[in-house]
Design a protein around this ligand. Sequence first.
Ligand SMILES: *Cc1c(COP(=O)(O)O)cnc(C)c1O
Length: 396
Amino acid sequence: MNLSPAVRSLKPSATIAAAAKAKALKAQGVTVFDFTLGEPDFNTPEHVQEAARAAMKAGHTHYTASGGIPELKKAICAAYERDYGLKYEPAQVLVSNGAKHSIHNVLTSLCGPGDEVIIPAPYWVSYEALVELAGATPVIVPTTEASGFRLSGEDFERAITPRTKLLLLNSPCNPTGATYSAAALEALARVAQKKNVYVCSDEIYEKLLYTDEPFRSFATLLGGIADRTIIISGVSKAYAMTGWRIGWTLAPKELTSAMDSLQSQETSNPCSISQYAAVAALNGPQDCVETMRQEFARRRAYTLGRIRGLPGISLPDPGGAFYAFFNVSPYFGKPLGKGTVVSNSTDFCSALLEEAHVALVTGDAFGAPGYVRLSFATGMDVLQAGCDGLAAFLHV
Ligand SMILES: *Cc1c(COP(=O)(O)O)cnc(C)c1O
């Protein structure tokens, strides 16, 4: 079939593909230690589920305003004021079908052919594809393990050309877990202001931090920076609500209004019931977030200990999110598992899955050859057995 140029070269999400491969093996009855998950393994908190049931009973099962119900927009504004002292109006909020959809709205509404979007690597799988879908050009700027996978102000400035429209920033980062200090963020904000570049700050992991420094939203950094900042977040990661598909943008009004029009033509509105659930998540008790964070912290400590115990493997502290991202290239060219020799991360992950039934995601998917991503959003018993399996595969 003669497909459109936009989708002809589009590849499916590599993380979803990796999870599907693990699932297929499970379906054959094999016990798989699956670390591909990009979502909390906890159930959505009970009071949030209850709000959804109540919404259905109250008849909130119809189309809503395209950009979200006023209650949810208000709850989002209140949460940002409560948590970060940021003052946004409902007219600057757009609720979408997950943060991924929010990013798509931003790129489609702000960028087009001829525009460049700077993406620090390692980057979240979908960034590059979504920029290309918008017809714009992704400009990948590598960061190093030595810098903790952080983009410096100098590197950012060096990558800027007259065509640069936007920086796509993600702190805490998926896949590396890297977090930026306030000073490091300020350096980026100053460059953005000086060079007249917008910043799309994907803050979906804002509540999952393991550092002493509190989270700083990009919009709080410098006077006036909010005018060129688009905040992306949602309920998926903080409240274990990935399936509900609620994300949002906080952005200048003109952009918000354009994205609202786009969304009204493409998807009408995000799920009515999920929106009421999200109101309960934001306005309700927040201790569920801390309970989940503490459990992630426990698993993180265990995972880091095990991975750092593997000879030749090092990794910088992931300051947030729920991933360990490490370089397995010291094991390339050596017999692994049943004698298999690999020369890249993708083959490493395939052999590890087939021979040890341990599922990781290849760093190739994140613009980081030689690396793999392990999600510790899974039970302690699975972590233990999976790390044993990995060690045995490496013959250590
Ligand atoms: C999970 C994730 C998202 C998308 O979240 P949804 O709201 O479920 O669409 C966006 N950005 C990053 C970096 C993520 O890891």
